[in-house]
Design a protein around this ligand. Structure first.
Ligand SMILES: [Zn+2]
Length: 94
């Protein structure tokens, strides 16, 4: 028996596989680390230590939670950093 059970929910993923994800920022973790969510298929991604987008796994979410805590503690004490985000390219997922 070989039943094919394709739900309509699979279509956005197919669309993204062909045309790429349409990521929007869903959360700012630090100045350079953000979490993204695809408008089409709801896939979540985050900036990794290389500044590239990677799929948001529970491990990365944990790292981001820690980063956010450290970042908030530092920015509460220090003046805001002067970096801009323009040195980071547009989000591209490999
Ligand atoms: Zn997508």
């Amino acid at each position: 028996m070989n039943t094919i059970n394709q739900k309509p929910a699979f279509i956005p993923k197919v669309y993204c596989n062909i045309f790429g994800h349409d990521f929007k920022i869903s959360r700012n973790v630090t100045l350079h680390v953000k979490e993204y969510k695809c408008k089409t298929c709801k896939q979540q991604a985050t900036t990794n230590s290389n500044g590239k987008l990677t799929i948001l796994t529970p491990k990365f979410r944990e790292i981001n939670n820690t980063l956010e805590k450290v970042y908030n503690r530092r920015t509460a004490r220090l003046a805001p950093p002067i970096f801009t985000e323009s040195d980071l390219g547009p989000p591209i997922i490999a």
